[in-house]
Design a protein around this ligand. Structure first.
Ligand SMILES: C[S@@+](CC[C@H](N)C(=O)[O-])C[C@H]1O[C@@H](n2cnc3c(N)ncnc32)[C@H](O)[C@@H]1O
Length: 261
C-alpha cells in the first residue's frame, strides 16, 4: 500500500474510533441498510465474517444467522467495543482489502456500509470470494454517487471546497460484474431518504457516525455559523413540515462462490 493510502486508512480508523460511543445512536441509515442486507443472506450453521463491523451493534442479529461470528475492522477502538459485547468468537484488526484469513474457510461474508471507505473496493470483493468456501455467499452494502446530493448542492453554492465524500457510480460495479464473472456478482439498488430538523443535525449525525472524513480535497477551515445558515438556505429540498431530507443511494452486492462439480 502506498504511504498516502496508509495515512488515509489511519485517518479513517481514527475518525471511526472516536465515534465508537456516539455511533449506535446516530446509526439510522445503518439500521435500515444492515437489516435489508441481512435479509439477502441465508443463515448458516458455520462461520460468518463481518467486514468493517464497527462497534458491533448489529452482532446480536448476525449471531442468529450463524454458529461462529468473526468481526473485522480497521479501527482498534471499534473492535474493543465489539469485544466487550461478547458476541464474537474473534475480533480482527485488519484491512478488508487484504484479509488475514486462509482461502476457502468461511461460509458467509457480511459487510454493511464499509465498502465506500475502501480505495479499491474490487479488492474487498476478490478477498471475500477467496475466503469463501465453495457454495458460500457474501452480501455487501455500500453507497453510490447521488448520496447526500442535496447537501453537496447546497455547499456548492457556499464555497468551492469538497465537504462530502465522493461515492462511486453504479456503472463502476456493473463493469466489475462484467469483468470479474467468477465473482458471481448481483446488484440491487435502493434509494433511502431520511429527515433531519436542519443541516446542522445532518452534519452532526455524520460526525457522530465518524463518517465525516473527506477522502479528497479536504477543507480544514472552520465552518462558522453564518456559513451554516447559507448552507441551510441553499439546501434544495425542504419538507413541508420544516424539515430537510437527505438521499442515500444504497447498493447491495450479492457474491456467490460456485460449488465445484
Ligand atoms: C459506517 S461504519 C459501518 C459499521 C457497521 N458495519 C454498520 O453497518 O453500522 C464503517 C466501518 O468500516 C471500517 N472500515 C473502513 N475502512 C475499512 C477497511 N478498509 N477495512 C476494514 N474496516 C474498514 C471503519 O473503521 C468503520 O468501523
Amino acid at each position: 500500500m502506498a504511504m498516502n493510502a496508509l495515512a488515509l486508512s489511519d485517518d479513517i480508523a481514527r475518525h471511526f474510533g472516536r465515534a465508537r460511543d456516539s455511533y449506535q445512536q446516530a446509526a439510522r441509515l445503518q439500521r435500515v441498510v444492515a437489516e435489508k442486507a441481512l435479509s439477502l443472506l441465508p443463515a448458516t450453521a458455520g462461520l460468518l465474517v463481518d467486514l468493517g463491523s464497527g462497534p458491533g451493534w448489529f452482532h446480536p442479529r448476525l449471531r442468529q444467522h450463524c454458529t461462529d461470528l468473526v468481526a473485522l475492522d480497521l479501527s482498534f477502538d471499534m473492535l474493543e467495543k465489539t469485544s466487550a459485547a461478547q458476541q464474537v468468537s474473534l475480533a480482527v484488526q485488519a484491512d478488508a482489502q487484504s484479509l488475514p484469513l486462509a482461502s476457502e474457510t468461511t461460509d458467509r461474508v457480511f459487510s454493511s456500509l464499509m465498502l465506500q471507505w475502501c480505495e479499491k473496493p474490487e479488492l474487498v470483493l476478490q478477498e471475500a470470494h477467496r475466503v469463501l468456501k465453495p457454495g458460500g455467499l457474501a452480501v455487501i452494502s455500500t453507497l453510490l454517487d447521488g448520496t447526500l446530493q442535496e447537501f453537496k448542492q447546497a455547499w456548492a453554492q457556499v464555497d468551492q471546497h469538497q465537504h462530502i465524500n465522493q461515492f462511486l457510480p453504479l456503472n463502476f460495479y456493473q463493469q466489475l460484474a462484467q469483468d470479474l464473472p467468477e465473482l458471481g456478482l448481483r446488484l440491487q439498488t435502493e434509494l433511502v431518504k431520511l429527515d433531519y430538523p436542519d443541516v446542522l443535525a445532518l452534519a452532526r449525525e455524520l460526525k457522530d457516525l465518524g463518517a465525516n472524513t473527506v477522502t479528497q480535497g479536504r477543507n480544514k477551515a472552520l465552518t462558522g455559523k453564518q456559513r451554516w445558515q447559507k448552507v441551510q438556505q441553499a439546501y434544495p429540498t425542504h419538507c413541508s413540515y420544516g424539515q430537510i431530507h437527505a438521499s442515500y443511494q444504497v447498493l447491495y452486492l450479492t457474491l456467490t462462490k460456485q460449488n465445484r462439480d
